[in-house]
Design a binder for this molecule. Structure first.
Ligand SMILES: [Zn+2]
Length: 108
């Protein structure tokens, strides 16, 4: 039986792996970075926790390359839609841009 405590540890570890992967990608070590992302995803699947959305958006869902603008990712804004393209596999994702409202919660 998995303990709740372990979930927290693995979730923290997964986030650390994603952060590390981004640093590695910045240093052109994309292969290793991908392995770290895959490991983070493996943790989330096996231990059953969700990777926070802000971290999920940091890597390509198809080839697991950390997305860094100008390096591994291209961003274009067309008709208020943000188009993100992974330069490795051509994966694209569209985000509708919303005007920021005063209701936006600030997270520390
Ligand atoms: Zn990709």
């Amino acid at each position: 039986m998995a303990k709740v405590k372990n979930v927290k540890i693995y979730k923290k570890r997964a986030i650390q792996l994603i952060r590390l992967a981004i640093e590695l990608a910045k240093n052109n070590d994309v292969e290793l970075a991908r392995m770290y992302i895959k490991l983070a995803i493996l943790y989330s699947r096996k231990i059953k926790f969700k990777i926070p959305l802000e971290y999920k958006r940091l890597f390509c869902r198809k080839c697991f390359t950390p997305l860094i603008v100008g390096l591994t990712e291209r961003r274009r804004i067309k008709n208020k839609v943000l188009v993100r393209t992974c330069l490795y596999c051509g994966w694209t994702r569209r985000y509708k841009l919303q005007y920021q409202t005063t209701h936006k919660k600030s997270k520390s």
